[in-house]
Design a protein around this ligand. Structure first.
Ligand code: ADP
Ligand code: SR1
Ligand code: MG
Ligand code: MG
Ligand code: MG
Length: 464
């Protein structure tokens, strides 16, 4: 029970633990007797174990960190203190943005165990929704709100330096998780590593080219320094599309175990970079053979598509499929995929543009508040204040593009891949999608400072 030594959970231990823990008994409505609890381990992430617990009167999710990396095994030890930092971040970000962060009901540091709100069906992981071709009309609105609030209120634009340094010091304790990121995102993809993998043999040359690209290595060094040195705000630290659960009207951010005071662009880039990966994976889902049936996608979008003419798409592959495939369903699916790619691009644009607007409006609202980065007594002239804001947002845009590109590259040639591509069974086709994504990410990492608006990025994606 709570307070005793660390024990890895199994179903029996978890039942016993819940019965001995008042906060958990309470969320389960006290109905924790024999036969009243249903427990299912559902962890599909790389690191931890996650249990859904249902009683006749309530529900809870229990997440436990074991002292190693789950997807590798005990050969890669990893502090279970990550559960403590995840809880701290969930609570801090939850206070700042309660609409988009699940409540924490209970935390036990000895057991590295957290109890949090169960995000019930129809909530699903956003990445899975993107693979299924489902549009989320409120996603950009909600995620821009989450990143604007969590980043602004934990930065020196709002904090005093006293408060900031205290918080930075606390999160410096999450050093092992930061070091994992340093290795698997900023180092391993650029060198030979036992952990790296890619869709071989198709991408062998592409992976090698990354290891031999000096310009890329200089750029990634700059980003690695920024990641290690810039305590700009309390970032989530792993804000990919597998850390967001969604329905058509709810967006909830989970899994901030990598949280620390780092560069804001790392979170924004994670989100945008993973949306771009979803964009490049779409062509791999565009056939009549996998589980992406035309019918379900019409339902998902809420509007039936009527194919009246044979159109040709932007890519050779699409043209070829249209002319050789035999059924209307395949044609329909291809058109739907093109339409879905446009929605992803629109979501990328809206996410950045809404974030920009919300972040600046928070800054304007609090310009004479406690934040010590731009003291009102110095930046009181409105022209100067606006210039300061422009410079800040331009730098943040370029940081976000750089980190986004780095996050894309690691998902293609590093240790941890994404279901967007992994679910494409046809390996040559998967490799084609990955190669396009890799090419775009390399360009972005090297040329990001030439872009001034997010619409230039989406225009570049659309022209591929
Ligand atoms: P990891 O740190 O191992 O990546 P996650 O926190 O991402 O673990 O959780 C793994 C999976 O468990 C998620 O992909 C999701 O399916 C499920 N999950 C996690 N938290 C919740 C929650 N609060 N409600 C419902 N499902 C959840
Ligand atoms: C061993 S790398 C595992 C990855 O999964 C986590 O969610 C992070 O993204 C980490 O880089
Ligand atoms: Mg996760
Ligand atoms: Mg909430
Ligand atoms: Mg995690």
């Amino acid at each position: 029970a709570a307070g005793e030594g660390f024990r890895p959970l199994d179903e029996g231990i978890l039942v016993e633990y819940i019965r001995a823990t008042p906060a958990l008994r309470e969320v389960l409505g006290g109905r924790v007797g024999d036969g009243e609890l249903t427990i299912k381990e559902v962890g599909d992430g790389n690191l931890n174990f996650v249990y859904i617990v249902l009683s006749p009167a309530g529900s809870v999710v229990i997440k436990q960190a074991l002292p190693y990396v789950r997807c590798v095994g005990e050969s890669w030890p990893m502090t279970k203190e990550r559960a403590y930092f995840e809880t701290l971040a969930l609570r801090e970000h939850g206070n700042l943005c309660p609409d988009h962060v699940p409540e924490v009901y209970h935390f036990d540091r000895t057991m590295s165990l957290m109890g949090m709100r169960y995000l019930k069906p129809p909530h699903i992981i956003l990445r899975k929704g993107l693979i299924a071709g489902i549009e989320y009309p409120l996603l950009a609105e909600h995620m821009s709100e989450y990143i604007a609030k969590t980043l602004f209120f934990t930065s020196l634009l709002y904090h005093s330096t006293l408060e900031h340094r205290r918080a930075v010091a606390e999160f410096c304790g999450n050093v092992e998780l930061c070091r994992l990121t340093e290795q698997v995102i900023f180092s391993d993809p650029y060198r030979v590593s036992q952990h790296n993998r890619w869709t071989s043999p198709f991408l062998d040359k592409d992976a090698e080219a990354i290891r031999e690209d000096d310009e890329l290595k200089l750029e990634i060094a700059g980003l690695k320094s920024m990641f290690c040195e810039r305590a700009q705000a309390l970032i989530h630290g792993d804000l990919h599309t597998g850390s967001i659960m969604v329905t058509s009207d709810s967006t909830q951010v989970i899994d901030p175990e990598f949280a620390f005071y780092g560069p804001m662009g790392y979170d924004i880039g994670a989100l945008i970079g993973n949306l771009i990966l979803a964009f490049f994976a779409q062509d791999g889902h565009a056939n009549g053979e996998n589980n992406r049936e035309g019918g379900s996608h019409q339902v998902a979008r809420g509007a039936p598509v009527v194919v009246t003419t044979m159109e040709t798409g932007g890519s050779d592959r699409w043209c070829r499929w249209l002319s050789t495939s035999g059924t209307d369903e395949v044609h329909l699916n291809l058109l739907v995929v093109q339409q879905y790619k446009k929605w992803i691009l629109k979501t990328i644009e809206d996410t950045w543009n809404l974030f920009h607007k919300k972040f600046l409006s928070l800054w304007n609202e609090h310009k004479d508040g406690p934040g010590e980065a731009y003291l009102f007594s110095i930046y009181d002239k409105s022209e100067l204040f606006q210039r300061a804001q422009q410079i800040y947002m331009k730098d943040l845009f370029h940081d976000s593009l750089g980190f986004g590109a780095a996050k894309m590259i690691r998902r293609i040639v590093g240790i941890a891949h994404v279901e967007d591509f992994e679910s494409i069974q046809d390996h040559p086709k998967r490799a084609d999608c990955e190669r396009q994504a890799l090419g775009f990410a390399k360009m972005l990492l090297k040329q990001r400072r030439q872009f001034t608006t997010i619409n230039e990025i989406t225009a570049a994606l659309e022209s591929i």
